[in-house]
Design a protein around this ligand. Structure first.
Ligand code: ADP
Length: 462
């Protein structure tokens, strides 16, 4: 297996293949804008689905009253209540709880899962204190954030296309998930009403917009990734006869499916081939938290096989898919000490490397940096693509004034280098003038409040 130095050509080649110089970023931003247009023109015409959210009124700050939000998107579900006090008092009070979903329910029946959620919500509602007030004669209303692929049919209904993220609940696909929840609420004897069904990116945009009128785009970078933005109705050719009061609506891009012009390596291609959805979600597989660690693992495995990166053997655990997780990359990335002791420790913990040489650690750190840099810069190019599309349609209304992109998700929140690379790419692409006007801003838990706000806006009592 030779020396550590034998890993150098692989590293060099990785640098080359993952490079994202300005012309590459520009090409990707342009392709994103073009794919958005194609997806708005006709269903199925683009990698980007450009899904209608049916959210066509945005929060103004005037929303008042008690509203609930329910968020189902992963291994937990979250419930939240908020007392909205209008322009002057804003969020008077808010409370939330998180409940983890037992593994067996993720593989059970629709009724079992929704009964579990409804009973969790019932317990939470039972604890509603004095600070929250529901006017006489009103039902409690819920904004339901449901982060699985849904074909939305109105603001308060949507059909599940398929479960993802480890869920395999029988009998839900093809059904209206709002009806499923309403029936479970009824079985619990709960008199509540789902007023809005929202995707998490859409909820984040609504939540951020409540505080800041300049928010135009929201991006989620967590386990997966998605983005949505505010579009003019007359810029959506596939929607010829639908008109709304405001003339604007939120479009859910489902941008994880983007694939044009991405700089991909053999490691990306192998990971995709062996994934549960080969050929799909290529942008997501290049930039989101679920995959960055796995790409790095694949590079390190190859290096360990052809060189003596970790001595004259390949650690067993290095062959286990997804053992190296993005938070591990992040922890290694924070080590700026001379001899990278933390990198050594994490390699030991995660992939069972008993002892690494300082040279090997340096190579590992460079592999992490290369993959994370590519991810952050491509995410930045995607954001610029969306802004560019909006600017083309409304000259000066995006780059000529303050425009905010609301960011959320664990990857963006916890990974400072990723954030830095993303912002650098946006600045490089926009140039110093336009980038002064574009603000990339983290919004913590915008989506929960956002769903409650959308329930308020779409209340049957207003
Ligand atoms: P989800 O996207 O699963 O709904 P989050 O937005 O909380 O939930 O994102 C969780 C993801 O964020 C994890 O899967 C992981 O990829 C990423 N993440 C969490 N913590 C860190 C960290 N410290 N460093 C880098 N990435 C992290």
């Amino acid at each position: 297996a030779g020396s550590v130095a034998a890993a150098s050509p692989i590293l060099k080649n990785l640098h080359l293949k993952c490079a994202t110089p300005l012309p590459v970023l520009r090409h990707i931003a342009d392709a994103m804008a073009a794919d958005m247009r194609a997806g708005l023109a006709a269903d199925g015409a683009s990698d980007l689905k450009m899904i209608l959210s049916y959210v066509d009124s945005l929060p103004t700050g005037n929303e008042k009253g008690l509203f609930y939000a329910l968020d189902l998107g992963g291994t937990n579900f979250r419930v939240l209540r908020v007392q909205l006090g209008g322009k002057d008092n804003r969020v008077v009070d808010t409370e939330f709880e998180q409940v983890s979903i037992p593994q067996e329910l993720m593989h059970g029946s629709t009724e079992e899962l929704f009964d579990f959620i409804a009973s969790g919500l019932a317990r939470f509602v039972a604890k509603e204190g004095e600070k929250f007030r529901l006017p006489q004669g009103r039902k409690r209303e819920i904004g339901f954030t449901f982060s699985f692929p849904v074909k939305q049919t109105s603001i308060d209904s949507g059909i599940l296309i398929k479960w993802t993220k480890g869920f395999a609940v029988s009998g839900t696909a093809g059904k209206d998930v709002v009806a499923c929840l309403n029936e479970a609420l009824k079985r619990q004897g709960m008199d509540m009403r789902v007023s809005a069904l929202v995707n998490d990116a859409v909820g984040t945009l609504a939540g951020a917009r409540y505080w800041d009128d300049d928010v135009m785009v929201a991006v989620i970078l967590g386990t997966g990734t998605n983005a949505c933005y505010i579009e003019h109705m007359d810029a959506i050719p596939k929607l010829q006869d639908l008109t709304t009061g405001s003339g604007k609506t939120i479009i859910n891009t489902e941008w994880g499916a983007f694939s044009t012009g991405l700089p991909l390596t053999e490691f990306d291609k192998d990971m995709d081939k062996e994934s549960i959805n080969p050929g799909e979600q290529i942008f997501e597989k290049t930039i989101s938290g679920m995959y960055l660690g796995e790409i790095v693992r694949r590079v390190l495995l190859k290096m360990a096989e052809v060189s003596a990166l970790f001595g004259d053997y390949v650690p067993d655990k290095l062959s286990v898919p997804f053992v190296l997780r993005t938070p591990d990359l992040c922890a290694m990335h924070q080590d700026d000490s001379e001899d990278l002791e933390a990198v050594d420790l994490i390699l030991n913990d995660t992939v069972g490397v008993t002892r690494s040489s300082p040279d090997a650690r340096k190579i590992v750190a460079e592999v992490c940096d290369t993959i994370v840099k590519r991810g952050g810069r491509l995410a930045g190019a995607g954001i610029v693509g969306i802004l560019q599309k909006m600017e083309q349609d409304s000259k000066g209304l995006i780059f000529g004034k303050r425009t905010v992109v609301a960011m959320d998700g664990g990857l963006y929140e916890h990974y400072p280098q990723y954030r830095k690379y993303l912002k650098e790419s946006v600045t490089e692409l926009l140039g110093s003038e336009a980038s002064k006007n574009v603000i990339i801003e983290h919004t913590k838990d915008g989506s929960g409040i956002g769903a409650a706000l959308l329930a308020a806006i779409n209340s049957k009592y207003s």
